[in-house]
Design a protein around this ligand. Structure first.
Ligand code: PLP
Ligand code: SF4
Length: 494
């Protein structure tokens, strides 16, 4: 019964076919994998792949928390319980020390204590995170680097670093709202997170005060949310609202519904994004706390009914944050029709190699999480050793682009200090590898402004490091870079 294409006439019929049913059958009607197994394989034109190239398909599924003394013997159901995760979360080094019971040397913990004296962020480590850190080698561990400071790797801050590097305070019409760009705004209903990232852009406000920083409180407390909503409703250009903070994970389900329903009811608001690092540090919440998850799903569905898009934006930085629990959680959201996108921060020693970044991107894709941005590390106090030089980020991007589908390839951006918004890292008008100064423009935000980013001084060539040693030379170096950027601009006829 097989119809095969034998002649030009058959081919014409093939092209004219209106429906699949009209197509000539190429294989039997019962085509399936068993048929393929009979077919002789065409000669390979590529070398066989190595297991190394497919590691993104491996999801940790054992009792990985068993090696932490305090969690030894804890069964799967208990570990999946959010109450257990919260009640065993370490917010003090002493508590961490208790949980680890001698797993790390005291000298390491002293290093952490000293590191915390220099840091603008508190710590908050869930059992999930604690269990995924390699305590035999905590100095090189990608999760330790993100969430637990140590003094011994500390590098002095760049002289051009300011605390609120994005200057968000200046664009805040009311507490807990940032309206900087034309059609989008940032709503900040909370200032707490399920983890504290050392590199947080909002370290000036997130978490409680530290030895280093007295935080500005900028969250909108619930009785002030109405002011933020009233402002959004009064600005017809606002279509896109990012609900961040802080972190959506920390909002109760009725708060999520409240925020979602009020914002969706504003006619010109078309898109909501709920931002949360939660899936990277406590993925079980999505599975075992259905009231929270269902609140998100409910708002997504309400939005879809209205023709509006509601999505989740999350924040994975390294594949070690991902386990089979994560996969199950992301699958649950996917099946419920929730789009999840990912924003990573590029961190030296964490995800700055092509192997890791490609692995991460492929693993995210496997969980149907869409890689959206990779951020050049902001200039944040106390994190100088975590930043990369722009030239290394550019090279990394060249490796990542093309490694998988374009729609699963993140855009590498710099959120340049001064509020120019996210710029494609390659789009600088001028970049000097010696001084580490890069110059960007952002015409849709500010026509005549330039925005500068500075490579970490310790990564500059000796010659560049020398230039920064003399503070009387800084101004001239910067003006020189801006001037050279101007020449380039004119050359392009802008
Ligand atoms: C990042 C950001 C947004 C969202 O920007 P996208 O590029 O659309 O992801 C909106 N407002 C502020 C203030 C931001 O920092
Ligand atoms: S989860 Fe986000 S907002 Fe919270 S500390 Fe980390 S980067 Fe900052």
């Amino acid at each position: 019964m097989n119809k095969q294409i034998h002649s030009k006439k058959d081919l014409k019929q093939y092209h004219d076919a209106d429906t699949i049913d009209d197509l000539p059958d190429m294989v039997s009607d019962q085509a399936g994998l068993q048929d393929i197994s009979q077919v002789s394989i065409p000669d390979a034109i590529k070398d066989p792949v190595t297991a190394q190239e497919l590691t993104h398909r491996d999801f940790v599924s054992d009792v990985f928390w068993d090696k932490i003394p305090a969690f030894k013997g804890v069964d799967h159901a208990t570990f999946m319980d959010v109450g257990f995760q919260n009640s065993h979360t370490a917010t003090k080094v002493d508590h961490l020390e208790e949980l680890l019971e001698g797993l790390v040397p005291g000298s390491f913990l002293d290093d952490v204590r000293e590191g915390m004296r220099l840091a603008p962020m508190n710590i908050r480590l869930s059992p999930y995170v604690i269990s995924l850190i390699d305590w035999d080698n905590p100095y090189d561990d990608p999760l330790r680097i993100q969430f637990l400071p140590v003094a011994s790797t500390h590098k002095p801050d760049h002289p051009k670093l300011t605390l609120d590097s994005l200057e968000e305070q200046a664009d805040s019409p009311t507490s807990g709202l940032v309206h900087r760009y034309f059609d989008k705004a940032l709503f900040l209903p909370t200032d707490v997170c399920p983890v504290y990232c050392r590199f947080c852009t909002r370290s000036y406000a997130i978490g409680s005060d530290t030895d280093q920083v007295t935080k500005m409180s900028f969250k909108a407390v619930p009785n002030k949310w109405n002011q933020a909503f009233a402002y959004i409703a009064s600005r017809p250009e606002l279509e896109d609202i990012v609900i961040s903070g802080g972190d959506t994970y920390m909002l109760k389900s009725h708060r999520i519904k409240q925020i979602g329903e009020i914002l969706l009811a504003i006619p010109h608001v078309r898109r909501l994004r709920f931002a949360t690092k939660g899936p990277a540090v406590m993925p079980m919440k999505i599975i075992s706390q259905p009231d929270w998850t269902n609140a998100i799903i409910d708002i997504v569905n309400q939005g879809r009914e209205m023709g509006k898009e509601v999505v989740v934006h999350t924040h994975f930085n390294h594949s070690n944050e991902i386990t089979s629990i994560t996969r199950e959680a992301m699958n649950l959201l996917f099946k419920a029709g929730v789009t999840v996108r990912n924003q990573s921060v590029l961190i030296r020693g964490v995800n700055d190699t092509p192997e890791e970044m490609i692995n991460l991107v492929r693993q995210l894709a496997l969980m149907n999480v869409q890689p959206y941005y990779v951020y050049q590390h902001d200039m944040v106090q106390g994190t100088e050793e975590m930043r990369t030089a722009l030239k290394d980020s550019l090279e990394l991007e060249r490796h990542v682009r093309g490694a998988t589908a374009g729609f699963n390839t993140p855009t590498f951006v710099t959120d340049a200090p001064g509020g120019g918004g996210k710029r494609d890292i390659h789009s600088y008008d001028y970049y000097d590898e010696i001084t580490g100064i890069s110059v960007y423009r952002s015409p849709s935000v500010q026509d005549k402004m330039v925005y500068l980013y500075y490579d970490p001084i310790h990564l500059l060539p000796k010659e560049g490091q020398k230039l920064w040693e003399d503070s009387s030379k800084h101004e001239a170096m910067i003006l020189d870079a801006i001037e050279k950027a101007d020449v380039a601009t004119k050359k392009w006829g802008v």
